[in-house]
Write a protein that binds this ligand. Structure first.
Ligand code: DHB
Ligand code: MG
Length: 227
């Protein structure tokens, strides 16, 4: 069980409802469970999306008809597996991981899940890998180090087309996101990112808070409406 960064007396209930929903709507098969087990065994941070969030991303892939997906921040590839499985026959997800140890775990998890040929795993800092990518991507999931979120958003727009959907993970920061004076660089990065979502005329956006197995968290969701 992951440790939420926001302690709440209701957290066990949030998690129990998540488990109830996940058992019904987003059950993990052996490959997904073994990916989580491998991540834990290798000491990866427990920052994977929840199963329901993975399913949400998979549904977004299908709803948008995406065949070219970009993920910034692979970690152990749990979300990558969800999205890769939702791709059409010719679909590809490019996913970027800075930490070579994490990338090795991800590579194995992706192979076990049978999606290795749908995934273009790039090992390196996203700020270095992104300029080498060719767009446009149909769906972009930003889920890496939060201080660089503004840079990742600029790149996401550069690698987009009109209609591309951009999802940002972890925009709540335990509620810290509302603190303009915060010195937490994760909060600073997420606030700059949200300011950009608010003011950039190329984007139309919302943000949704979530509670569940990850505690109190949330996503931003944007559509690129001009370039
Ligand atoms: C953190 C990062 C994540 O991508 C996540 O899903 C949860 C937490 C973090 O850096 O705290
Ligand atoms: Mg995340």
């Amino acid at each position: 069980m992951r440790t939420p960064d926001y302690p709440s007396p209701d957290a066990p209930k949030w998690a129990a409802v998540d488990t109830y929903f996940a058992d019904l709507l987003a059950p993990c098969d052996d490959a997904l469970n073994s990916a989580l087990a491998a991540n834990e065994k290798s000491g990866l941070p427990t920052h994977d999306v929840s199963a329901l969030q993975g399913k949400f991303l998979a549904l977004l892939v299908q709803m948008t008809g995406a065949s070219k997906v970009l993920e910034i921040g692979t970690l152990g590839g749990f979300s990558t597996i969800w999205m890769a499985r939702a791709l059409p026959e010719n679909g590809v997800i490019t996913t970027i991981e800075r930490n070579p140890d994490h990338a090795r775990v991800a590579q194995e998890n992706l192979s076990v899940a049978g999606v290795r040929e749908k995934v273009d795993l790039r090992i390196g800092a996203a700020v270095e890998v992104l300029p080498s990518l060719e767009g446009p991507f149909d769906l972009i999931f930003i889920d890496a180090d939060k201080p660089n979120n503004p840079v990742y958003l600029e790149w996401a727009i550069k690698l987009a087309r009109i209609g591309t959907v951009i999802v940002g993970d972890n925009v709540v920061r335990g509620g810290g996101v509302i603190s303009p004076e915060s010195t937490d660089q994760n909060v600073v990065g997420v606030r700059q990112f949200l300011d950009m979502l608010s003011t950039d005329h190329r984007l139309d956006s919302t943000a949704l808070q979530t509670v569940g197995t990850k505690g109190w968290d949330g996503f931003s969701i944007s559509i690129v409406k001009a370039l």
